[in-house]
Design a protein around this ligand. Structure first.
Ligand SMILES: [Zn+2]
Length: 340
């Protein structure tokens, strides 16, 4: 089958890979309907994360179940399913508490390479959520967004305790930040301030429910948000980048007693203890337990109450994966959908 492989920073190609097979009796094999390029794929693509030899890429997926192992009970061939970037049993104590991305049996799907024609999904019963029936084509991008970026933005909003009457600030205007805006709106936020200096992204943020746009960054961005919140800072702050600058910006715009949800994969972030101590902020984040939210998100998309698929502003055949990475790396595209 065809699949994307990263050979070295900047060098991603579609090559012939082995067809995945059922290895464990709890596995399922799915035929990909759509996959995509993630902001986090850019870390190794840019060489910020080391690349050790050729590695298959991709961890976002929706598709049709083709085959299941002998111990798979609920997932069935022919179903259209959505999964996320960690396979989880959904039964252990950590899963039942809603932290499936820290499941005691978790397995990273990224290592299996979802930017491909087929994918082996471990722990299929725990990991995959089926739609009521195969979706019409126009719902596929939204369901694919649920696989990671929507689920991650949603978790960030929940971790930041977004709710009615709250003012929310979102740091980061990638797909996760934009969908965190959508999540904040859905969760009843009164005011949603999106931090972005890119016009197409500002436009999408407004479509998703942002009430204010702040273009300043760093100290100026902090000052601007303080201005908008009577000098107090936001109740709920979402960090969706993962750099030192974005984390500090998020911390500094969180009001005392407020909550910050951080979901940008941290790279080189060190929080100064004294500033943290005096911030009086609640911090919660990490790799999103997307599985916790998937049934609700699939339902919201299925019933057309939300349209997260709008984050895909470029759609390419899998063969053109290299152009997809380039477009995201150069910020020409917000998010790139790949169809096999
Ligand atoms: Zn578990």
């Amino acid at each position: 089958m065809k699949g994307a492989v990263l050979y070295a920073p900047g060098d991603v190609r579609v090559t012939e890979r082995d067809e995945p097979k059922v290895i464990e009796p709890t596995d399922a094999i799915i035929k990909m309907s759509a996959t995509c390029v993630c902001g986090s794929d850019l870390w190794p693509y840019r060489g910020i994360e080391p690349v050790e030899g050729p590695v298959p890429m991709g961890h976002e997926y929706v598709g049709i179940v083709e085959e299941v192992g002998s111990e798979v009970r609920t997932v069935k061939p022919g179903q259209f399913v959505v999964g996320s970037f960690f396979a989880s049993d959904n039964t252990c104590e950590i899963c039942r508490a809603g932290y499936q991305s820290s499941c005691v049996h978790r397995q990273p799907v990224g290592a299996l390479g979802a930017q491909a024609e087929h994918l082996r999904v471990p722990l299929a019963d725990g990991t995959l959520v089926a739609t009521p029936e195969p979706p019409p084509a126009d719902l596929v991008p939204g369901l694919l967004a649920a696989s990671d970026v929507l689920g991650t933005g949603w978790f960030a909003a929940v971790a930041a305790e977004v709710g009615p009457g709250k003012t929310v600030a979102v740091v980061g205007d990638g797909a996760v930040g934009l969908l965190a805006v959508l999540a904040a709106k859905q969760l009843g936020a009164e005011r949603v301030i999106a931090m972005s200096r890119h016009e197409p992204r500002q436009k999408l943020a407004l479509e998703f429910g942002a009430t204010d746009i702040v273009t300043e960054r760093g100290n100026d961005g902090v000052a601007r948000i303080k201005d908008l919140t009577n000098g107090l800072g936001a109740h709920s702050v979402i960090e969706a980048v993962g750099t030192q600058e974005s984390m500090m910006q998020a911390l500094r715009v969180t009001r005392p007693g407020g909550h910050m949800g951080y979901v940008g994969v941290a790279h080189g972030v060190e929080l100064p203890g004294r500033e943290l101590f005096f911030s009086h902020a609640h911090l919660h984040g990490g790799p999103a337990p997307v599985r916790r939210f998937l049934p609700e998100l699939v339902d919201l998309i299925w019933s057309r109450q939300i349209e997260p698929g709008k984050v895909f502003d470029l759609s390419l055949p899998l063969d053109q994966v290299a152009e997809g990475y380039r477009a995201m790396d150069e910020r020409r595209a917000i998010k790139v959908l790949l169809w096999p």
